[in-house]
Design a protein around this ligand. Structure first.
Ligand SMILES: [Zn+2]
Ligand SMILES: [Zn+2]
Length: 191
């Protein structure tokens, strides 16, 4: 993007990245886990694509996106279905990849700048780490995130990467008993 108006602004990759990680929220996650003795203590793996990943789990967090395209009338939008993939690594390592969404305004398609709802993130991640640590939990994971605008897969980077619960890949594995349904969905998606 042209940056003539801000010639000294460093070119940050962050606004171009399709994903975001929040290592600073590890402190909050740790605080939430402090009453449980998980050994070794969970640590945040800052390598998003670390191949030592043992398993992952995709769910949603909430937040807002801002559109910083000056030619776009859309200031931003809220979402209760922002895709997040929590990954588990050896020795209780973990990280959480949050997938950005694109602006739906006609002709825009710019990646939104993410304003994460911190509480939903900490709650999601903490729940998953407890689950992986084998800690029994009374309440089942709330997976609904009902309400809010519909999830638009073509604007969701998680869907594009096949790592969003709403995406074809995830749907296919959830309903893999139906081969026909799988093929139909893939065909529909690729059109
Ligand atoms: Zn826009
Ligand atoms: Zn999605």
């Amino acid at each position: 993007m042209p940056s003539a108006k801000n010639p000294y602004k460093p070119k940050t990759r962050s606004s171009q990245n399709k994903t975001a990680m929040f290592p600073t929220l590890h402190e909050d996650v740790k605080n939430n886990l402090s009453e449980y003795s998980i050994n070794p203590e969970p640590w945040f793996n800052s390598n998003e694509n670390d191949r030592t990943m043992l398993e992952d789990y995709s769910t949603f967090v909430m937040g807002r996106f801002e559109c910083h395209n000056q030619n776009c009338a859309q200031r931003g939008w809220g979402s209760k279905k922002i895709a997040i993939t929590i990954q588990r690594f050896p020795n209780n390592g973990y990280n959480a990849v949050v997938f950005k969404q694109r602006c739906k305004s006609p002709g825009c398609n710019r990646l939104g700048r993410l304003r994460l709802d911190k509480n939903s993130y900490v709650e999601r991640v903490t729940y998953r780490l407890k689950k992986w640590a084998g800690i029994p939990m009374e309440t089942p994971e709330y997976d609904g995130f009902e309400g809010g605008p519909p999830h638009l897969s073509k604007l969701c980077e998680g869907c594009k990467a096949g790592r969003c619960q709403m995406s074809v890949g995830a749907m296919a594995s959830r309903f893999r008993s139906s081969t026909y349904g799988h093929r139909f969905l893939v065909a529909q998606y690729n059109e």
